[in-house]
Ligand binder design. Structure first.
Ligand SMILES: Nc1ncnc2c1ncn2[C@@H]1O[C@H](COP(=O)(O)OP(=O)(O)OP(=O)(O)O)[C@@H](O)[C@H]1O
Ligand SMILES: [Mg+2]
Length: 333
């Protein structure tokens, strides 16, 4: 299964929601579309689903042109952010909905629904109504409903964002496992970079209706194409070239950055040496698995992260070093 999108555009009056978006995705990839609020993620996903018509551009699935094909004929499964279950139907009825409307026999629908209830581990709740379920359970039902009719493509628009942290990470793993088992090409919208990094084979980072960068999670985290992507993909220290030249010349080894370039150094790539000199600890935040340490150095301030509890306190003098290979150079824009 291959989805090929080329040059999709959409404007709402003066607002350009999509400004010429192109990419290709192939099963069994898990693609995450990531970006700040209003950058066009939902518009693009709904366009792939057939719920929003593009002003121009094309959408092909295995070379079949779907650009003008209505949503119900695309054979895609969709899960929205929340409250998308039919409130007047039970769990089982919700899951079987797509099968019934396409005319499957009642017995066949029953078997498939039981199978899916087992997959999402909600067999006991088959006869409940959506309002009798937790948010996480509702989203599992929505997922089962989306895959019931063996879709050619699975589309998810922030399916986890209404859930609390624990349920969210559990369900994230379930979605990933299910997607892998089915070998299903999946496109998920999120604005959570951690979610994108953990789930995706491919991340498409969007900015104001365009793709800022597309690549593997590692590409975007380690080799951001520009400052926007570097900033968006998690905490990073942005050190201007002049500062690097003055105070951190080691970052220049093997690189000839262009004028105006900025070094992007992730917090985990900064090493603090207790008992050393050159920098001062401003504050230490213990976050459970890591400690986040704010330090002042002649080049300004930096954030460093260390595993576990840092044996450092505010006011301590420390040495500062950069892990080799831990720096990416990005252009200003
Ligand atoms: N039906 C519509 N009518 C007018 N403008 C719209 C419509 N749908 C989207 N827009 C505009 O298009 C732009 C992109 O919206 P979209 O919903 O795709 O963003 P998003 O990336 O999903 O944001 P969020 O993370 O907040 O969900 C926004 O400026 C939005 O206001
Ligand atoms: Mg959205």
């Amino acid at each position: 299964m291959q989805l090929e999108i080329s040059n999709l555009r959409k404007a709402y009056g003066a607002t350009v929601a999509l400004d010429g978006v192109s990419f290709t995705a192939t099963a069994p990839q898990f693609v995450c579309m990531l970006g700040p609020s209003g950058c066009g993620k939902t518009t693009l996903l709904r366009m792939i689903a057939g719920l929003v018509a593009p002003d121009s551009g094309r959408l092909l699935l295995n070379s079949e042109d779907l650009t003008r094909v209505p949503a119900r004929r695309r054979g895609f499964g969709i899960v929205f952010q929340s409250y998308s279950l039919f409130p007047n139907m039970t769990v089982a009825e919700n899951i079987g909905y797509g099968l019934r409307i396409r005319g499957d026999e009642a017995q066949r629908v029953r078997i498939r629904v039981l199978e899916l209830l087992d997959v999402i581990r909600l067999s006991e709740l088959a006869d409940r109504y959506p309002w009798q379920l937790s948010g996480g359970q509702q989203q599992r039902v929505a997922l089962a409903r989306a895959i019931a009719a063996e879709p050619r493509l699975l589309l998810l628009d922030e399916p986890l964002s209404a859930l609390d942290a624990k349920v969210r990470t559990d369900l994230r793993t379930e979605i990933r496992n299910l997607q892998q088992q089915l070998g299903l090409l999946t496109i998920m919208v999120t604005h959570d970079q951690e979610e994108a990094l953990t789930l995706a084979d491919r991340v498409v980072c969007m900015r104001q209706g365009s793709i800022a960068q597309a690549g593997s999670p590692e590409d975007l985290y380690r080799r951001p194409a520009n400052r926007f992507v570097a900033d968006f993909m998690g905490l990073s220290n942005m050190i201007p070239l002049e500062t690097v030249q003055k105070f951190a010349a080691q970052l220049l080894e093997g690189h000839v950055p262009s004028d105006g370039a900025t070094a992007c150094v992730r917090p985990e790539d900064i090493v603090l040496v207790s008992g050393g000199a050159g920098a001062t600890v401003k504050s230490v935040q213990f976050l459970g698995n890591i400690s986040r340490v704010q330090v002042a150095w002649p080049g300004g301030e930096l954030v460093a992260e260390q595993p576990g509890m840092a044996a450092l306190a505010a006011g301590a003098n420390v040495g500062l070093a950069f892990k080799p290979g831990g720096c990416a150079w990005v252009s200003a824009s």
